[in-house]
Design a protein around this ligand. Structure first.
Ligand code: ADP
Ligand code: 5GP
Length: 211
């Protein structure tokens, strides 16, 4: 079947497990993952070009000026943006592309790509979210506080998402996110070429029978 690539946006509260879920998802189901640019400092173990493209504020502003991003946003104290070229090239090839981005960026993507699928990941409850953020051990208490405040603000945008998936058991969550993406691929809107091809084939076969 001749399918159009699907643009998948995954958002969720800080610490909900977006990075963990997305990593497993692309390992298990081989989607194309967009690597964002950010002005935040790398966490221990993060690799430039793999986890993020780490940029100075000046470099980031330059990329904005040159229309290098599909979207960009400020989140807590840093800038984050989705490089345009990779996403456009992958979609043109028919690949399904995953963006792991926050809510302001997700809304901007939806404006430009109305067919994008927006998935919001949540934790079973607020306590597990706090426990996960603290357990990751990458932010101090002040930053964790800011991220939890931001999470409460982000609930306002949750209704604009197409799907809500709870990250309780990790493997179940990964399979549920994949189920959403697979279902999107079967939408008639994503299979218009198949429909017209089928029509032409049927007309051809009918002609052969009648001749
Ligand atoms: P995010 O990218 O959303 O900020 P991370 O992927 O960094 O979140 O996950 C935050 C912490 O929660 C990490 O320590 C991770 O190992 C843990 N975590 C992720 N998913 C689960 C899960 N389903 N159950 C328990 N802990 C999880
Ligand atoms: P973190 O600092 O925890 O890696 O990311 C902070 C937030 O920025 C997360 O919600 C993450 O999804 C989001 N983010 C990462 N990359 C991008 C991006 O390219 N654009 C936007 N708008 N948000 C991003």
């Amino acid at each position: 079947m001749n399918k159009k690539g699907v643009l998948i946006v995954i958002s969720g509260f800080s610490g909900v497990g977006k990075g963990t879920v997305v990593k497993k998802l692309i390992e298990k189901y081989q989607y194309s993952l967009s690597v964002s640019a950010t002005t935040r400092a790398p966490r221990p173990g993060e690799v430039n070009g793999k986890d993020y493209f780490f940029k100075s504020v000046d470099e980031f502003r330059n990329l904005i000026d040159y229309n290098g991003f599909i979207e960009w946003a400020q989140y807590v104290e840093n800038f984050y943006g989705t490089p345009r070229k990779f996403v456009e090239d992958e979609l043109a090839k028919g690949s399904n592309v995953i963006l792991e981005i926050e809510v302001q960026g997700a809304m901007k993507v939806k404006e430009q790509y109305p067919d994008a699928v927006l998935i919001f990941l949540t934790a079973p409850d607020a306590v597990s979210l706090k426990t996960r953020l603290e357990g990751r051990g990458t932010e101090d208490a002040k930053v964790i506080g800011k991220r939890l405040k931001r999470a409460s603000e982000e609930t306002e945008d949750m209704p604009f998402y197409d799907y809500l998936v709870v990250n309780d058991d990790l493997d179940t969550c990964v399979d549920n996110v994949n189920a959403v993406i697979v279902a999107e691929g079967f939408k008639t809107a994503n299979n218009k070429e198949y429909i017209s091809k089928t029509k032409n084939e049927l007309l051809e076969i009918r002609k052969e029978i009648l001749s």
